[in-house]
Write a protein that binds this ligand. Structure first.
Ligand code: BDP
Length: 701
């Protein structure tokens, strides 16, 4: 199964020239360090060598001419340490250097680092150069991660269902742990380490306190033992009410000394088995989850209590800012900011506030979350969603790093010009030591991990951006394609163009011009702009688009909810006026008449309709493009992508037809000529039921 190997295909190097050069340059390997982690580097080199060249790489204890040499800084002879002083000054504890040099008359390919983990990262980078068919004669690379905590968030339940998971069941086989260690766990660790992901939260944010029981801690320990040599720390989600649910206490009040003691004991117990346990991720007082508010306490009280329990062990708390309340009349987009910003500077040192990229919920396009930049005295962590809950599940080809990049490079202006989100996240804007980026995983037990073969690129790209949030998503796409499919230039150029376009296409056929949250109820599969019957107002699509005979869109200016006031200037001023609001955010911030004249001189209705149509046409084009790539891709993956693209086209049309039929009732305007009439009437689209949509229990209704 080629898909199983992800971007670590290590495809055979066939060109005689290249092969001979590589084999001539690297004739053996010497390890100065003998640790579990260097053991993994050695294993990886052999896996790669067998696959690239059909042979093993000779291991020598003494350094030979033309050797690859893995040694930490301390293990290098003094003169070499001296010679490489500036290189070492440029890297941090997890960084590495790869350098071709002469040492005692021998040609050496050195991979060095301050710590063992840097040697493993350096090895993966070196192998990547080979996968990309790069020349290595004069190689000189130094690199370090710019963000400290680079973690996947698995929304995996203990019964192996995965919340918002579209790639099968959870890869964690709790029933058979701790005894059974699946080879997949090791492959998972290799893949993560290869892009520098150094943490994994094993369980769903909608947490089950059972995972904190001794029985489960033992299972978690087994996973932590597998991941440790790959530099990956394990974290768990902590359900706030755990002290009560376990039957130990009658309250979970964070200011109660008994409760504080309970968490301290729990942390001590976990660290007994897992000395490098990462810490807790907490969803509190959000969507029905318990939290400090239940006891009249604040998020600061809750987070700091857990922080206190973890601090003696160097653990951290990742406390989520994804909160909104049904009793709060305030615009949902404003609530997290209102709740958290007043607490700036009050969280303990080992607390990271984890903030979703946008203020609503992982939509195909959102403006950046106004909390970024607004809490200079609090470490803020980015939360991206890699699983495509609102972007077509694992059936649509959508390359997300393009979207991640859009958020990261946006200027918040909170500390003057060039205060980008990336600078908030990497800590450089306000000198933060603790930094992090989380990605909600799209991984399941499907043989190719992510369902859609191109879903792998989103996992890969998340890792790359967590390492360096300034990377260009095009470079990431190209690297991924070369390692996953083929280094052929035509292939890489054509398919990377297609990937980069794909994010805009999904916005066009689902939520153009700033529309948002108009997906169907519960499972979020397909369009549901008409939905208005859910108990909480802010769960209904009509809350978000506010379409009526006068117009469409959510007024978030001073005349409306004034969510704009949470942003700095010039954003506030510019977006206050529809004329100077970027058109991709128009209906996010404004309620405008259907005949509002847009920049191209046409009406809002015309633009909305033709944008839906463009989205559909772009999927059609993706299909054509992919058909032309047949010769570069193995049959299995080629067919799978082809079939999925047909589903994507069908669903893009469905989105267009359902949404336009619905909005047309209000606009009372005709569709532009190039937009086909919907195949069915609105009642038909409303009547569609999906007893089989992932995320819901199959039933008749
Ligand atoms: C929403 C999901 C829900 C998650 C929630 C969260 O629909 O399943 O539990 O986010 O992030 O997007 O907590």
């Amino acid at each position: 199964q080629k898909g199983h190997d992800l971007w670590l295909q290590y495809a055979e190097i066939t060109g005689d020239n290249l092969k001979n050069t590589y084999l001539d340059e690297i004739q053996s390997v010497t390890f100065s360090s003998q640790s579990e982690t260097t053991g993994k580097a050695q294993e990886e080199l052999q896996i790669a060598w067998r696959s690239f060249f059909g042979q093993e790489l000779a291991v020598n204890t003494t350094l030979q001419n033309k050797a690859l040499w893995l040694a930490t800084e301390k293990e290098l002879p003094k003169p070499l340490q001296q010679q490489l002083k500036t290189d070492f000054a440029h890297i941090n504890e997890e960084g590495f250097l790869i350098k071709k040099l002469q040492f005692k008359g021998k040609a050496i390919m050195l991979i060095s680092a301050k710590k063992e983990i840097g040697l493993l990262y350096g090895t993966f980078r070196f192998l990547k150069e080979l996968q990309l068919h790069q020349p290595i004669e004069k190689i000189a690379i130094t690199d370090s991660p710019k963000i400290q905590k680079r973690v996947l968030n698995h929304w995996d339940n203990l019964d192996r269902t995965v919340e918002r998971g579209y790639a099968g069941f959870s890869i964690w086989d709790w029933h058979l742990l701790p005894e059974l260690i699946k080879p997949e766990y090791i492959d998972y660790a290799r893949a993560n380490a290869s892009v520098g992901i150094n943490g994994t939260v094993l369980t769903n944010v909608n947490a089950n306190s059972l995972v904190l029981s001794p029985q489960y801690i033992e299972k978690v320990q087994a996973l932590a033992d597998v991941f440790r040599p790959y530099g990956i720390q394990v974290y768990l989600t902590a359900r706030f009410s755990s002290p009560v649910e376990t039957g130990d206490l009658e309250t979970a009040d964070p200011l109660d000394p008994e409760v504080r003691k309970w968490w301290k004991n729990k942390a001590d117990e976990i660290y007994q088995s897992i000395p490098d346990f990462g810490g807790f991720l907490v969803k509190a007082n959000s969507e029905g989850q318990p939290g400090p508010n239940n006891y009249g306490r604040t998020h600061v009280d809750g987070a700091n209590m857990m922080a206190e329990a973890l601090a003696p062990h160097n653990g951290i708390v990742m406390w989520r800012a994804f909160v909104y309340s049904e009793d709060d009349p305030e615009d949902r987009a404003k609530q997290a900011y209102s709740e958290f910003v007043p607490f700036d500077g009050q969280f303990a040192e080992n607390v990271l506030i984890q903030v979703k990229n946008g203020p609503i919920d992982f939509q195909p396009r959102e403006p950046f979350h106004p909390i970024f930049g607004a809490m200079p005295d609090t470490p803020l962590m980015m939360e991206f969603q890699i699983t495509q809950e609102y972007l077509g599940f694992s059936s649509h080809l959508v390359y997300l790093p393009k979207m991640f990049q859009e958020t990261l490079e946006t200027d918040t202006y909170t500390a003057g010009k060039n205060s980008t989100v990336a600078k908030v996240i990497d800590g450089s804007l306000s000198h933060k030591k603790l930094t992090g980026m989380a990605g909600v995983a799209n991984i399941g037990n499907e043989s190719n991990w992510t369902g859609h073969p191109f879903g792998q690129a989103n996992w890969y790209g998340f890792g790359r951006l967590a390492w360096n949030p300034y990377l260009d998503s095009r470079t990431i796409a190209e690297d991924w394609l070369k390692m996953t499919f083929s280094t052929d230039e035509e292939f890489v150029r054509t398919v990377s163009d297609m990937m980069l376009q794909s994010r805009e296409s999904v916005v066009k056929y689902m939520t153009p011009l700033g529309l948002h949250h108009i997906m169907a109820t519960g499972h979020h599969y397909g369009p549901g702009p008409w939905v208005s019957n859910l108990s909480r107002p802010e769960w209904n699509p009509v809350y978000y688009h506010k379409a009526d005979s006068l117009g469409v869109g959510f007024d978030r200016t001073t005349s409306g909810s004034d969510a704009l006031s949470q942003y700095a200037n010039p954003i506030q001023q510019e977006y206050e006026n529809p004329e100077t609001t970027p058109e991709e955010f128009l209906l996010w911030f404004h309620h405008l008449p259907w005949d509002y004249q847009m920049k191209n001189g046409k009406t809002l209705w015309f633009n909305m309709s033709s944008t839906y149509q463009e989205g559909v046409e772009e999927v059609q084009k993706m299909i054509q493009t992919w058909q032309g790539m047949k010769k570069f891709v193995d049959e299995q993956r080629f067919q799978k992508v082809s079939m999925l693209l047909q589903i994507q086209l069908k669903e893009a049309r469905w989105w267009r037809d359902a949404c336009l039929s619905y909005f047309k009732q209000f606009s009372k305007m005709e569709l532009p000529e190039n937009v086909p009439q919907p195949e069915h009437n609105l009642d038909y689209y409303k009547s569609l039921k999906f007893p089989f949509a992932p995320g819901i229990r199959p039933s008749w209704n």
